[in-house]
Ligand binder design. Structure first.
Ligand code: CA
Length: 235
């Protein structure tokens, strides 16, 4: 898998100094809530949308998701006001649900990597205001505040490579010196376009081949599997 990555990107070696983690569906088991909130907000706004579509569009900025479905339904782009209103409605539904818990084994893998001296980053498309507090509460002393890249830090979100390029820049490293852990098709597209070795963890209901097709270099079934197999991955 690493050989294919090196060949594909024309790199000589992979020697990770940092690991970049996506948040929803990787660090937190939040996708069931997100997908349900999306379906409610979209359908209430007259836009057909299923939970599977929520998983397939995961990772990109929420207003982009609204705009895409809006254009398909109404044959014109949404105005900024229209898409913000629907994204806000979705956020309100999400906030009313029970607070998502950390993904099983997420703290364990973070501690293991921290001990080994990796720089650790969160790279998320989320613009949730209580985000940083939540990360610091559930994963204390793991991430420096400036190592949390959110929707507010980049103009273009996933599937564009920008969020991961930003993380590389902040870490002061090259693409072959990082590894990404992502769960969504648009997320792995973003990191693989940034030429970073990408581990897909398929924590949702979609077919795991979709992650490989979108650029994941290896696909595992869970964060637990990532924790257990880390030492066999060849870094
Ligand atoms: Ca995700």
């Amino acid at each position: 898998m690493i050989d294919n990555y090196l060949k594909k990107n024309n790199f000589l070696e992979l020697s990770p100094k940092a690991v970049f983690f996506d948040m929803d569906g990787v660090l937190f088991d939040s996708m069931p809530n997100h997908s349900l909130a999306w379906v409610k907000a979209m359908n209430e706004s007259g836009l057909p949308f299923t939970r599977e579509e929520a998983y397939l569009s995961e990772g990109q900025p929420g207003t982009d998701t609204v705009n895409h479905v809006f254009s398909k339904t109404h044959g014109r782009e949404s105005t900024q006001e229209e898409r913000t209103a629907i994204y806000t409605l979705k956020g309100n539904y999400f906030d009313k649900m029970s607070e998502p818990q950390p993904m099983p084994y997420s703290l364990e893998i973070l501690k293991k990597l921290k001990e080994r001296g990796y720089q650790l980053f969160v790279v998320t498309g989320s613009g949730h205001p209580t985000l940083i507090r939540k990360i610091q509460t559930y994963f204390p002393e793991i991430f420096e505040s400036e190592n949390i890249i959110t929707a507010f830090d980049v103009k273009r979100g996933k599937p564009h490579p920008d969020p991961y390029l930003k993380a590389l820049n902040k870490a002061g490293i090259e693409p072959w010196e990082a590894v990404v852990v992502e769960n969504a098709p648009l997320g792995v597209k973003s990191s693989s376009t940034a030429k970073i070795y990408t581990i897909g963890v398929n924590t949702g209901p979609i077919d795991k081949n979709i992650l490989s097709e979108n650029g994941a270099d290896i696909v595992l079934d869970s964060v637990q599997e990532l924790y257990e197999k880390w030492d066999t991955l060849g870094f």
